[in-house]
Design a binder for this molecule. Structure first.
Ligand code: ZN
Length: 427
Protein backbone atom coordinates (compact mmCIF):
# COMPACT_ATOMS: atom_id res chain seq x y z
CA UNK A 1 0.00 0.00 0.00
CA UNK A 2 1.25 3.48 -0.84
CA UNK A 3 -0.50 6.50 0.65
CA UNK A 4 0.22 9.54 -1.48
CA UNK A 5 0.34 13.16 -0.42
CA UNK A 6 -0.36 13.48 3.30
CA UNK A 7 0.82 15.92 5.94
CA UNK A 8 2.24 14.70 9.26
CA UNK A 9 1.78 15.82 12.89
CA UNK A 10 5.31 17.29 12.92
CA UNK A 11 4.37 19.70 10.11
CA UNK A 12 5.95 17.93 7.11
CA UNK A 13 3.78 18.27 4.00
CA UNK A 14 3.37 16.37 0.72
CA UNK A 15 4.70 13.10 2.12
CA UNK A 16 4.15 9.58 0.81
CA UNK A 17 4.09 6.50 3.01
CA UNK A 18 4.90 3.02 1.75
CA UNK A 19 3.70 -0.06 3.63
CA UNK A 20 5.18 -3.53 3.18
CA UNK A 21 4.54 -6.67 5.22
CA UNK A 22 2.58 -4.82 7.87
CA UNK A 23 5.36 -2.30 8.51
CA UNK A 24 6.18 1.17 7.28
CA UNK A 25 8.83 0.59 4.60
CA UNK A 26 9.51 4.22 3.75
CA UNK A 27 8.20 7.73 4.32
CA UNK A 28 9.16 10.79 2.28
CA UNK A 29 8.25 12.93 -0.72
CA UNK A 30 7.31 11.26 -4.02
CA UNK A 31 8.12 7.63 -3.28
CA UNK A 32 8.13 5.13 -6.12
CA UNK A 33 5.36 2.53 -5.99
CA UNK A 34 6.61 -1.06 -6.38
CA UNK A 35 4.60 -3.08 -8.88
CA UNK A 36 1.20 -4.25 -7.68
CA UNK A 37 1.03 -1.68 -4.87
CA UNK A 38 -2.41 -0.34 -3.99
CA UNK A 39 -2.30 3.46 -4.18
CA UNK A 40 -4.44 5.60 -1.89
CA UNK A 41 -4.67 9.35 -2.48
CA UNK A 42 -4.25 11.21 0.81
CA UNK A 43 -5.27 14.58 -0.68
CA UNK A 44 -3.05 16.48 1.73
CA UNK A 45 -4.94 15.28 4.82
CA UNK A 46 -3.21 14.60 8.14
CA UNK A 47 -1.76 11.13 8.64
CA UNK A 48 -1.20 10.36 12.31
CA UNK A 49 -0.11 7.33 14.27
CA UNK A 50 -3.23 5.89 15.93
CA UNK A 51 -4.82 7.32 19.04
CA UNK A 52 -3.86 5.69 22.34
CA UNK A 53 -5.99 5.82 25.48
CA UNK A 54 -3.68 5.50 28.49
CA UNK A 55 -6.52 5.32 31.03
CA UNK A 56 -9.85 3.57 30.63
CA UNK A 57 -12.33 1.27 32.40
CA UNK A 58 -13.55 -1.25 29.87
CA UNK A 59 -15.32 -3.43 32.46
CA UNK A 60 -17.81 -0.62 33.20
CA UNK A 61 -18.05 1.02 29.76
CA UNK A 62 -21.49 1.18 28.11
CA UNK A 63 -23.26 0.01 31.30
CA UNK A 64 -24.95 3.39 31.64
CA UNK A 65 -28.34 3.17 33.39
CA UNK A 66 -27.73 -0.27 34.90
CA UNK A 67 -29.13 -0.89 37.40
CA UNK A 68 -29.99 2.82 37.64
CA UNK A 69 -28.59 6.23 36.69
CA UNK A 70 -26.12 8.28 38.72
CA UNK A 71 -28.39 11.18 39.71
CA UNK A 72 -25.89 13.30 41.65
CA UNK A 73 -23.17 12.75 39.06
CA UNK A 74 -20.54 12.45 41.80
CA UNK A 75 -17.57 10.09 42.04
CA UNK A 76 -18.92 8.65 45.29
CA UNK A 77 -22.37 7.84 43.88
CA UNK A 78 -20.58 6.36 40.86
CA UNK A 79 -18.52 4.04 43.09
CA UNK A 80 -21.68 3.07 45.04
CA UNK A 81 -23.54 2.43 41.79
CA UNK A 82 -20.70 0.26 40.45
CA UNK A 83 -20.94 -1.69 43.74
CA UNK A 84 -24.64 -2.30 43.02
CA UNK A 85 -23.96 -3.37 39.44
CA UNK A 86 -21.03 -5.72 40.20
CA UNK A 87 -23.06 -8.60 41.67
CA UNK A 88 -25.40 -8.46 38.64
CA UNK A 89 -22.62 -8.69 36.04
CA UNK A 90 -22.17 -11.68 33.80
CA UNK A 91 -19.11 -12.51 31.73
CA UNK A 92 -21.18 -12.49 28.54
CA UNK A 93 -22.47 -8.98 29.23
CA UNK A 94 -18.99 -7.62 29.99
CA UNK A 95 -17.56 -9.22 26.85
CA UNK A 96 -20.41 -7.94 24.67
CA UNK A 97 -20.10 -4.36 25.93
CA UNK A 98 -16.30 -4.39 25.71
CA UNK A 99 -16.32 -5.67 22.13
CA UNK A 100 -18.87 -3.04 21.16
CA UNK A 101 -16.69 -0.34 22.67
CA UNK A 102 -13.62 -1.68 20.83
CA UNK A 103 -15.60 -1.36 17.56
CA UNK A 104 -16.23 2.29 18.38
CA UNK A 105 -12.55 2.71 19.23
CA UNK A 106 -11.34 1.27 15.92
CA UNK A 107 -13.77 3.47 13.98
CA UNK A 108 -12.25 6.46 15.80
CA UNK A 109 -8.67 5.40 15.04
CA UNK A 110 -8.09 4.43 18.68
CA UNK A 111 -5.99 1.27 18.43
CA UNK A 112 -4.47 0.88 21.90
CA UNK A 113 -6.18 1.08 25.29
CA UNK A 114 -4.81 0.66 28.80
CA UNK A 115 -7.84 -0.44 30.80
CA UNK A 116 -8.11 -0.83 34.54
CA UNK A 117 -10.10 -3.88 35.61
CA UNK A 118 -11.69 -4.14 39.04
CA UNK A 119 -10.27 -7.02 41.11
CA UNK A 120 -12.46 -6.48 44.20
CA UNK A 121 -14.83 -9.27 43.20
CA UNK A 122 -13.78 -12.70 44.44
CA UNK A 123 -15.08 -14.28 41.23
CA UNK A 124 -12.71 -12.12 39.12
CA UNK A 125 -15.46 -12.12 36.53
CA UNK A 126 -14.38 -8.90 34.85
CA UNK A 127 -10.72 -9.99 34.82
CA UNK A 128 -11.55 -13.22 33.01
CA UNK A 129 -13.92 -11.45 30.63
CA UNK A 130 -11.41 -8.76 29.66
CA UNK A 131 -8.54 -11.25 29.28
CA UNK A 132 -10.80 -13.04 26.81
CA UNK A 133 -11.62 -9.75 25.04
CA UNK A 134 -7.90 -8.91 24.88
CA UNK A 135 -7.31 -12.10 22.85
CA UNK A 136 -10.33 -11.50 20.61
CA UNK A 137 -9.37 -7.94 19.71
CA UNK A 138 -5.60 -8.52 19.46
CA UNK A 139 -5.60 -8.50 15.63
CA UNK A 140 -6.95 -4.97 15.56
CA UNK A 141 -6.47 -3.35 18.97
CA UNK A 142 -3.83 -3.54 21.73
CA UNK A 143 -5.54 -3.94 25.08
CA UNK A 144 -3.38 -3.68 28.20
CA UNK A 145 -4.96 -4.49 31.56
CA UNK A 146 -4.27 -3.00 34.99
CA UNK A 147 -5.29 -4.89 38.15
CA UNK A 148 -7.33 -2.24 39.94
CA UNK A 149 -8.54 -2.67 43.55
CA UNK A 150 -11.49 -0.26 43.16
CA UNK A 151 -12.70 -0.61 46.78
CA UNK A 152 -9.21 -0.18 48.26
CA UNK A 153 -6.33 -2.64 48.54
CA UNK A 154 -6.41 -2.68 52.36
CA UNK A 155 -10.00 -1.52 52.80
CA UNK A 156 -11.57 -4.33 50.81
CA UNK A 157 -11.31 -7.92 52.04
CA UNK A 158 -9.25 -10.20 49.75
CA UNK A 159 -8.22 -7.32 47.45
CA UNK A 160 -4.48 -8.05 47.68
CA UNK A 161 -4.99 -11.79 47.15
CA UNK A 162 -7.35 -11.12 44.24
CA UNK A 163 -4.92 -8.66 42.72
CA UNK A 164 -2.13 -11.27 42.85
CA UNK A 165 -4.48 -13.83 41.25
CA UNK A 166 -5.31 -11.35 38.47
CA UNK A 167 -1.58 -10.88 37.78
CA UNK A 168 -1.13 -14.67 37.76
CA UNK A 169 -3.90 -14.89 35.15
CA UNK A 170 -2.06 -12.48 32.85
CA UNK A 171 -3.03 -8.94 33.85
CA UNK A 172 0.11 -6.92 33.16
CA UNK A 173 0.08 -3.74 35.26
CA UNK A 174 -0.29 -3.16 39.02
CA UNK A 175 -3.01 -0.66 39.95
CA UNK A 176 -4.03 1.03 43.20
CA UNK A 177 -6.24 3.68 44.77
CA UNK A 178 -4.42 5.04 47.87
CA UNK A 179 -6.76 8.01 48.47
CA UNK A 180 -9.68 5.58 48.89
CA UNK A 181 -8.03 3.62 51.73
CA UNK A 182 -9.28 4.29 55.27
CA UNK A 183 -6.48 6.63 56.34
CA UNK A 184 -3.55 8.53 54.84
CA UNK A 185 -1.23 6.02 56.55
CA UNK A 186 -3.06 3.07 54.98
CA UNK A 187 -2.94 4.82 51.62
CA UNK A 188 0.84 5.15 51.91
CA UNK A 189 1.08 1.51 53.02
CA UNK A 190 -0.91 0.41 49.95
CA UNK A 191 1.47 2.33 47.67
CA UNK A 192 4.47 0.61 49.30
CA UNK A 193 2.94 -2.88 49.03
CA UNK A 194 1.90 -2.41 45.40
CA UNK A 195 5.23 -0.97 44.28
CA UNK A 196 7.05 -3.85 46.00
CA UNK A 197 4.77 -6.31 44.20
CA UNK A 198 5.53 -4.64 40.86
CA UNK A 199 9.29 -4.67 41.57
CA UNK A 200 9.14 -8.35 42.55
CA UNK A 201 7.36 -9.28 39.31
CA UNK A 202 9.06 -6.81 36.96
CA UNK A 203 5.78 -5.06 36.12
CA UNK A 204 4.64 -1.52 35.45
CA UNK A 205 2.51 0.44 37.94
CA UNK A 206 -0.45 2.71 37.21
CA UNK A 207 -2.36 3.97 40.23
CA UNK A 208 -5.46 6.07 40.58
CA UNK A 209 -3.79 8.57 42.85
CA UNK A 210 -5.14 11.57 44.76
CA UNK A 211 -8.38 11.75 42.76
CA UNK A 212 -9.76 14.29 45.18
CA UNK A 213 -9.88 18.06 45.72
CA UNK A 214 -8.13 17.65 49.07
CA UNK A 215 -4.79 19.50 48.78
CA UNK A 216 -3.41 17.32 51.57
CA UNK A 217 -3.91 14.14 49.58
CA UNK A 218 -0.23 13.61 48.78
CA UNK A 219 0.06 9.94 47.90
CA UNK A 220 1.87 10.84 44.68
CA UNK A 221 4.78 11.90 46.89
CA UNK A 222 4.92 8.38 48.34
CA UNK A 223 4.53 6.93 44.83
CA UNK A 224 7.53 8.95 43.62
CA UNK A 225 9.56 7.97 46.71
CA UNK A 226 8.79 4.23 46.36
CA UNK A 227 9.60 4.44 42.65
CA UNK A 228 13.09 5.68 43.51
CA UNK A 229 13.60 3.32 46.44
CA UNK A 230 12.73 0.26 44.33
CA UNK A 231 14.40 1.38 41.09
CA UNK A 232 11.11 1.56 39.17
CA UNK A 233 11.99 4.80 37.34
CA UNK A 234 10.19 5.07 33.99
CA UNK A 235 7.71 2.28 34.83
CA UNK A 236 5.29 4.10 37.13
CA UNK A 237 2.26 6.23 36.27
CA UNK A 238 0.15 8.41 38.54
CA UNK A 239 -3.37 8.70 37.14
CA UNK A 240 -5.69 11.64 37.86
CA UNK A 241 -3.55 13.46 40.51
CA UNK A 242 -6.36 15.99 40.78
CA UNK A 243 -5.39 17.07 44.32
CA UNK A 244 -2.36 18.76 42.74
CA UNK A 245 -4.77 21.33 41.33
CA UNK A 246 -5.58 22.49 44.87
CA UNK A 247 -2.14 22.17 46.44
CA UNK A 248 -0.11 25.00 47.84
CA UNK A 249 2.15 26.31 45.04
CA UNK A 250 5.35 26.02 47.05
CA UNK A 251 4.70 22.39 47.87
CA UNK A 252 3.61 21.62 44.29
CA UNK A 253 6.88 23.05 42.95
CA UNK A 254 8.88 20.76 45.24
CA UNK A 255 6.67 17.78 44.41
CA UNK A 256 6.97 18.22 40.64
CA UNK A 257 10.77 18.13 40.97
CA UNK A 258 10.55 14.89 42.96
CA UNK A 259 8.22 13.39 40.35
CA UNK A 260 10.63 14.34 37.55
CA UNK A 261 13.53 12.79 39.48
CA UNK A 262 11.53 9.54 39.73
CA UNK A 263 10.61 9.69 36.02
CA UNK A 264 6.94 9.25 36.84
CA UNK A 265 4.39 9.47 34.05
CA UNK A 266 1.06 11.16 34.53
CA UNK A 267 -2.37 10.61 33.04
CA UNK A 268 -4.97 13.35 33.41
CA UNK A 269 -8.55 12.54 32.45
CA UNK A 270 -9.95 15.93 31.44
CA UNK A 271 -13.58 14.97 30.68
CA UNK A 272 -13.94 13.13 33.97
CA UNK A 273 -11.86 15.50 36.09
CA UNK A 274 -13.87 18.54 34.97
CA UNK A 275 -17.14 16.68 35.62
CA UNK A 276 -16.36 15.04 38.96
CA UNK A 277 -14.03 17.44 40.79
CA UNK A 278 -15.12 20.57 42.58
CA UNK A 279 -18.40 18.92 43.57
CA UNK A 280 -18.07 20.07 47.18
CA UNK A 281 -17.33 23.65 46.09
CA UNK A 282 -19.93 26.38 45.82
CA UNK A 283 -18.52 29.25 43.74
CA UNK A 284 -15.84 29.65 42.56
CA UNK A 285 -15.67 25.96 41.57
CA UNK A 286 -12.25 24.43 41.04
CA UNK A 287 -11.47 22.75 37.73
CA UNK A 288 -9.75 19.86 39.48
CA UNK A 289 -7.47 18.75 36.67
CA UNK A 290 -3.82 18.19 37.57
CA UNK A 291 -1.12 20.72 36.56
CA UNK A 292 -0.60 19.48 33.02
CA UNK A 293 1.53 22.27 31.45
CA UNK A 294 3.76 22.56 34.53
CA UNK A 295 4.33 18.78 34.63
CA UNK A 296 5.10 18.74 30.91
CA UNK A 297 7.50 21.68 31.32
CA UNK A 298 9.34 19.68 34.01
CA UNK A 299 9.93 16.95 31.43
CA UNK A 300 7.31 14.43 32.55
CA UNK A 301 5.26 12.42 30.08
CA UNK A 302 1.66 13.54 30.55
CA UNK A 303 -1.14 11.86 28.60
CA UNK A 304 -4.87 12.53 28.46
CA UNK A 305 -7.13 9.51 29.07
CA UNK A 306 -10.83 9.00 28.35
CA UNK A 307 -11.34 7.13 31.65
CA UNK A 308 -15.09 6.51 31.24
CA UNK A 309 -17.74 6.22 28.53
CA UNK A 310 -21.41 5.68 29.40
CA UNK A 311 -20.77 4.13 32.81
CA UNK A 312 -21.69 4.78 36.48
CA UNK A 313 -19.38 7.83 36.53
CA UNK A 314 -19.96 9.45 33.16
CA UNK A 315 -22.96 9.50 30.86
CA UNK A 316 -21.23 10.89 27.77
CA UNK A 317 -18.42 9.89 25.41
CA UNK A 318 -17.92 7.97 22.18
CA UNK A 319 -14.29 6.73 22.14
CA UNK A 320 -13.22 10.01 20.55
CA UNK A 321 -9.72 10.88 21.80
CA UNK A 322 -9.94 14.21 19.95
CA UNK A 323 -12.82 15.16 22.23
CA UNK A 324 -10.59 14.22 25.18
CA UNK A 325 -7.72 16.33 23.79
CA UNK A 326 -10.08 19.24 23.22
CA UNK A 327 -11.32 19.20 26.80
CA UNK A 328 -7.73 18.93 28.08
CA UNK A 329 -6.71 21.88 25.93
CA UNK A 330 -9.54 24.02 27.30
CA UNK A 331 -9.29 23.05 30.97
CA UNK A 332 -5.49 23.49 31.06
CA UNK A 333 -5.68 26.63 28.88
CA UNK A 334 -3.11 25.09 26.53
CA UNK A 335 -3.91 27.48 23.72
CA UNK A 336 -0.55 28.34 22.19
CA UNK A 337 0.25 26.56 18.92
CA UNK A 338 2.89 24.38 20.53
CA UNK A 339 0.65 23.61 23.52
CA UNK A 340 -2.21 22.57 21.20
CA UNK A 341 0.18 20.14 19.51
CA UNK A 342 1.19 18.80 22.93
CA UNK A 343 -2.51 18.09 23.55
CA UNK A 344 -2.56 16.04 20.34
CA UNK A 345 0.57 14.16 21.47
CA UNK A 346 -1.09 13.51 24.83
CA UNK A 347 -3.57 11.22 23.03
CA UNK A 348 -1.03 9.76 20.57
CA UNK A 349 2.75 9.52 21.02
CA UNK A 350 3.03 10.41 24.72
CA UNK A 351 0.23 7.97 25.63
CA UNK A 352 2.00 5.30 23.54
CA UNK A 353 5.22 5.82 25.53
CA UNK A 354 3.39 5.55 28.84
CA UNK A 355 1.65 2.33 27.82
CA UNK A 356 4.96 1.03 26.42
CA UNK A 357 3.80 0.27 22.88
CA UNK A 358 6.52 -1.14 20.65
CA UNK A 359 6.96 -0.12 17.03
CA UNK A 360 4.65 2.87 17.41
CA UNK A 361 5.12 5.89 15.14
CA UNK A 362 5.51 6.88 11.53
CA UNK A 363 9.20 6.09 11.01
CA UNK A 364 10.42 3.43 8.60
CA UNK A 365 10.36 0.10 10.45
CA UNK A 366 7.39 1.02 12.67
CA UNK A 367 4.23 -1.07 12.57
CA UNK A 368 1.91 0.11 9.80
CA UNK A 369 -0.77 1.41 12.18
CA UNK A 370 -2.14 4.86 11.37
CA UNK A 371 -5.17 7.01 10.83
CA UNK A 372 -5.93 9.48 8.04
CA UNK A 373 -7.76 12.49 9.48
CA UNK A 374 -9.84 15.04 7.61
CA UNK A 375 -7.68 17.90 8.89
CA UNK A 376 -4.54 19.79 7.83
CA UNK A 377 -2.81 19.90 11.24
CA UNK A 378 -3.07 18.40 14.74
CA UNK A 379 -4.77 21.52 16.11
CA UNK A 380 -7.31 21.44 13.26
CA UNK A 381 -7.95 17.77 14.03
CA UNK A 382 -8.77 18.73 17.63
CA UNK A 383 -10.90 21.71 16.60
CA UNK A 384 -13.00 19.67 14.17
CA UNK A 385 -12.93 16.27 15.97
CA UNK A 386 -11.84 15.37 12.46
CA UNK A 387 -13.42 12.48 10.59
CA UNK A 388 -11.26 9.35 10.54
CA UNK A 389 -11.22 8.82 6.79
CA UNK A 390 -9.13 5.69 6.98
CA UNK A 391 -7.86 3.55 9.85
CA UNK A 392 -5.04 1.11 9.11
CA UNK A 393 -3.75 -1.68 11.33
CA UNK A 394 -0.64 -3.67 10.34
CA UNK A 395 -1.07 -2.47 6.78
CA UNK A 396 -4.76 -3.44 6.45
CA UNK A 397 -7.63 -0.97 6.28
CA UNK A 398 -9.86 -1.72 9.30
CA UNK A 399 -12.26 1.23 9.06
CA UNK A 400 -13.37 3.91 6.63
CA UNK A 401 -15.46 6.98 7.36
CA UNK A 402 -17.06 9.39 4.92
CA UNK A 403 -15.69 12.96 5.04
CA UNK A 404 -17.75 15.36 7.14
CA UNK A 405 -19.43 17.73 4.71
CA UNK A 406 -22.77 19.37 4.09
CA UNK A 407 -24.60 20.33 0.90
CA UNK A 408 -25.54 23.96 1.12
CA UNK A 409 -28.46 25.62 -0.66
CA UNK A 410 -27.60 29.28 -0.14
CA UNK A 411 -27.89 31.97 -2.81
CA UNK A 412 -24.48 33.02 -4.10
CA UNK A 413 -22.55 30.63 -1.83
CA UNK A 414 -20.53 27.49 -2.70
CA UNK A 415 -22.53 24.23 -2.79
CA UNK A 416 -20.63 22.56 0.03
CA UNK A 417 -19.03 23.70 3.22
CA UNK A 418 -15.25 23.83 3.75
CA UNK A 419 -14.44 23.45 7.44
CA UNK A 420 -10.74 24.22 7.14
CA UNK A 421 -9.34 27.65 7.84
CA UNK A 422 -7.67 28.78 4.65
CA UNK A 423 -6.99 32.25 5.99
CA UNK A 424 -9.70 33.93 3.92
CA UNK A 425 -9.21 37.06 1.87
CA UNK A 426 -6.15 39.21 2.53
CA UNK A 427 -6.85 42.36 4.51
ZN1 ZN B 1 -9.98 5.67 36.25
Amino acid sequence: MLIRNVCLPDGREAQDLLVQDGRIAAIGPQLAAPEGTEIIEGQGWLLSPPFVDAHFHLDAALSHGQPRFNESGTLLEGIALWGELKPLLTQEAIVERALRYCDWAVARGLLAIRSHVDVCDDRLLAVEALLHVKKLVAPYLDLQLVAFPQDGLLRSANALANLRRALDLGVEVVGGIPHHERTMAQGAESVRLLCELAAERGLRVDMHCDETDDPLSRHVETLAFETQRLGLQGRVTGSHLTSMHSMDNYYAAKLIRLMAESRLSVVANPLINISLQGRFDSYPKRRGMTRVPELMAAGLDVAFGHDCVLDPWYSMGSADMLEVASMGLHVAQMTSRSAMRQCFEAVTSIAARIVGLEGYGLDAGCKADFVLLQARSPEEAIRLRAARLLVVRRGQVVSRMAPATARLSLPGRPPSVDWSNTGGAKV
